[in-house]
Design a protein around this ligand. Structure first.
Ligand code: UDP
Ligand code: MG
Length: 325
């Protein structure tokens, strides 16, 4: 096998505080693995600027001039982590044999990247980076994450537990991934659907090097909910089940009330009436809400809007020049 060209894709949104450090650590690492003859000299890093409002793009441009390994892709506006990632992956896959995705904040241990590449040499198409310990995450984030993976498993969505978007994928696995054209991207759920031989590499997740998490609670919940409704109709089934059970319950209660009435015990039932009105009303609203969520998804999917637009591409341009040399 020829030495593979590796591209490391790093989505960045307002990461001016950590970017220089990330860039220098990744460049050093890349240099070392090139020296170890594990990957081709043409390997590189793409920083994808996801419509940052701070100096992120300026830093990327300067780094592009300074380091031979660094390339940049500027998106026309903020499209979110998952879309920024797919933008980087689609651009990288044109010229690389394998691609590693990693966050910009150095929370994922870049020192396991050589093991990713060893696994690639062993013939694995997908290598998942899995957090062995999450001690630096808050107890809240840890328990909600655990609950989320358990719940997803229960309703039949296959996820690699404790794996975020730190992974290696071969070109052919990526090309299969790109065939999934959905607008609501949840890569963690999609990648296992692609198939191919895959394996896990374990590491300890660290504190964010600098800057703040771009996933506050509200976004985290939205992401989890999206993950569920994009991959499973279990919630709709649950609503049907609850509706059915409450109907059975109300039939029994109705039968009881009727016999009481016939026996001459007038029901003083204002309380029970009002409770059941609220209960059933609530149930119906919840049901409509969940169904609405799916219809909203269908609406977004049928529009087939592009997932991202590229404003500047310092990757493809530079690489073409290099090829001419
Ligand atoms: N990110 C992005 N676009 C966004 C939000 C985040 O490209 O709209 C990037 C961010 O720069 C980082 C990665 O996605 O590289 C993960 O974000 P973050 O570290 O804030 O998430 P957490 O690790 O807290 O879940
Ligand atoms: Mg992070």
């Amino acid at each position: 096998m020829n030495k593979p060209v590796l591209t490391i894709v790093v989505p960045c949104f307002n990461e001016e505080d950590v970017l220089l450090e990330t860039s220098s650590q990744l460049s050093n690492l890349l240099k070392n693995i090139i020296d170890d003859a594990l990957i081709s000299k043409e390997s590189n890093i793409i920083f994808v600027d996801d419509g940052s409002k701070d100096r992120t793009w300026d830093i990327i441009e300067t780094e592009c001039e300074k380091s031979p390994f660094v390339k940049g892709l500027k998106l026309a506006k903020n499209v979110g982590h998952q879309n920024a990632l797919i933008a980087g992956l689609e651009t990288a896959a044109k010229q690389s044999d394998c691609v590693i995705s990693i966050d910009a904040d150095l929370q994922d241990d870049i020192n396991v990247i050589p093991s990713f590449i060893e696994k690639y040499w062993e013939g694995f198409d997908i290598v998942y980076g899995v957090r062995g310990s999450r001690e630096t995450d808050t107890v809240f984030k840890r328990t909600t994450a655990l609950g989320f993976y358990r719940f997803m498993g229960k309703i039949g969505i296959k996820l690699v537990p404790n794996h975020a978007d730190f992974r290696l994928m071969s070109k052919r696995a990526l090309e299969e991934l790109f065939k999934y054209q959905e607008t609501n991207l949840f890569l963690r759920g999609l990648v296992p659907l692609v198939g191919f031989k895959s394996t896990n590499v374990y590491y300890d997740r660290k504190e964010r090097f600098a800057g703040e998490s771009k996933y506050p609670l509200k976004k985290m919940l939205a992401f989890a909910f999206d993950g569920i409704t994009s991959f499973s109709v279990a919630p709709i089934r649950l609503v049907t089940l609850i509706g059915f059970l409450s109907m059975v319950f109300s039939l029994i209660a109705g039968g009881y009330a009727l016999t009481q009435e016939l026996l001459g015990h007038t029901a003083s039932g204002w309380t029970s009436m009002i409770i059941s009105i609220w209960f059933v009303g609530g149930l119906q609203l919840m049901g409509i809400g969940i169904i609405g969520e799916y219809i909203g998804k269908i609406y977004q999917e049928v529009k087939r809007r592009p997932r991202y637009s590229i404003e500047k591409d310092l990757y493809s341009v530079l690489s073409k020049e290099q090829l001419q040399k």
